[in-house]
Design a protein around this ligand. Sequence first.
Ligand code: ZN
Length: 256
Amino acid sequence: MGIVNRFGAALGAVAALTALAGCETAPVTERSQFIIVPESQAIQLGADAYQQIRSETPVSNDAKMNQAVQEIGRRIAAVADDPGYDWEFTVFEDSSPNAFALPGGKVGVNTGLFKVAQNDNQLAAVMAHEIAHAIARHSSERMSRQIALQGGLAVAGAASPAAAQYSQVLAQAATLGIVLPFSREQEAEADEIGLIYMARAGYDPRAAVELWQNFAAYGGDRPPEFLSTHPSPDNRIQRLQASMPKAMEIYNKRNG
Ligand SMILES: [Zn+2]
């Protein structure tokens, strides 16, 4: 195939992928998103990654932690803009204060998080943040950007048709996309959405500020993973305060 033909094929494939991109909108913030990863594929990737993590990391038997995580997770998922995910919440035996969410609603909480999240409201702040990442399809959004970038490179270099690039990048994203940190914009959005979700579920949204204060105090010279992949606590506390009146209105109405 000549350069011109290959260029044409690549361009066509990119156009086809772009046409597949739905008009996605994030919940709560209503930010429009560029997502070309089919939801079914993202859910499969999330389930596979979850399976892998579960096979590598011991699951905690701590009854108190498990009960708190199950109850908070279910309560938040019940009031969130749930696309019908098969939610799973697991407590992992891991001393780093961290939590994660995978596409399709697989949520992990480390035992180490309980050193920072000191009550149910604070734990709800973390879990609502993670649930927000999943529902806002932040992983798919990241993968989509990567696919578009690689597709663009393929067109520029006429290296290989974008369709082939697509499956390759998707395979890469299965490992990379899920482990790589979210963008700052996505983190801020998960905070904003999470604050609303926790309020809807009847958890005091002010606990989100306490949580980040705890994280900041915990930091020391080597910040935990959760901090290094997230915006600075001061910055996010400021943003949370800006969304607080709306969240408090929801919380007070629910509890009133
Ligand atoms: Zn996050």
